[in-house]
Ligand binder design. Structure first.
Ligand SMILES: [Mn+2]
Length: 306
């Protein structure tokens, strides 16, 4: 029985590419390991897989009795539902430390860098394993995605150096141009059902006993949402009721203007006022400079709900 590597629910490019990259490393080290995913892939991730010739990892949501590595998260609500019945071999992540615990010893690589793939590159270097060209390309794209082409405050020197090294292996002369191409794919939202957009990059958080759902859409130009905003707002209100959330937030992030419009439905009318000193007007507020959910949204909300 092989081991698995799986990222978080509603997988993003980092979760998928790190599952692929870590599986190859572990298998090369003599431990048969296969990548898996907990949900459908976004157009951006499909673009990366297609570009570098990968199949989608196996869709697998149940892990009872299996052994697995967890990548790109360590929060129970974001992982497989039956994680308690699985053996966790390791956690590789760059988020806040979550609430996953284990009953057996495990390997942990957690670093405050911009992307899980940056940590996996460190693991390849540690084990002195050569990264295949196509895996290097996928890892590089994941880092460009997670760091918003180095603009995110989560981006570190390690991420930038890692992209340079991976670009060289993959034979890509202009990584930033490829990054922009990727964000153009990500920005194509027209014709997509509203609920699919809301859930495209959506994560649950348990903050002091309150369930919050926070989605994010990163685009090159926010004006593409002009005709859609009312529908998006109505949909997160429905989702709040359906999922019994304390709050649902959708971040519409403009990667060129470098800020986010928050669409908010919450039991607390003063949620953003408390967290940012800026109140919502008709359920929406623009906050300059906010690009990163993990660094500029989750901690602020968590503190304000303490
Ligand atoms: Mn990530």
């Amino acid at each position: 029985m092989p081991n698995y590597v799986v990222g978080h629910k509603t997988p993003d490019s980092d979760s998928i590419c790190s599952a692929i990259a870590l599986s190859y490393l572990k298998t090369t080290l003599g431990e048969e390991t296969v990548p898996a995913r907990l949900g459908e892939l976004s157009p951006e991730t499909l673009f990366i897989l297609d570009k570098f010739g990968f199949e989608q990892p196996e869709l697998k949501t149940s892990y009872a009795g299996e052994s697995l590595y967890i990548v790109d998260h360590s929060d129970r609500v974001q992982g497989p539902d039956d994680i308690d019945d699985a053996t966790i071999l390791g956690i590789i992540d760059h988020h806040k430390l979550g609430d996953i615990t284990t009953s057996t010893p495990l390997e942990i690589w957690v670093r405050p860098v911009g992307c899980t793939n940056t940590i996996i590159k460190m693991m390849y270097d540690f084990h002195n394993v050569e990264i295949p060209k196509n895996i290097a390309g996928a890892m590089m794209c994941a880092i460009l995605s997670d760091t918003v082409i180095f603009k995110s405050p989560t981006c570190t020197t390690a991420d930038i150096k890692c992209v340079e090294a991976l670009a060289e292996i993959a034979g890509i002369s202009d990584p930033k141009a490829l990054g922009m191409e990727m964000f153009k794919v990500k920005s194509a939202v027209e014709g997509t059902p509203v609920r699919d957009l809301v859930l495209r990059d959506f994560k649950d958080f348990n903050m002091n006993g309150n369930l919050l759902g926070i989605g994010q859409l990163e685009v090159i130009d926010l004006s593409i949402f002009d005709d859609m905003k009312a529908e998006l707002a109505a949909d997160i209100a429905e989702l709040k009721t359906e999922g019994n959330y304390h709050s649902v937030i959708l971040l519409l992030t403009d990667i060129m203007k470098e800020g986010s419009e928050f669409l908010v439905v919450s039991d607390n009318d003063d949620l953003t006022e408390k967290a940012y000193g800026k109140a919502t007007v008709n359920g929406s507020v623009w906050i300059d400079g906010v690009l990163s959910r993990k660094k500029q949204v989750v901690p602020q909300l968590q503190d304000s709900l303490a």
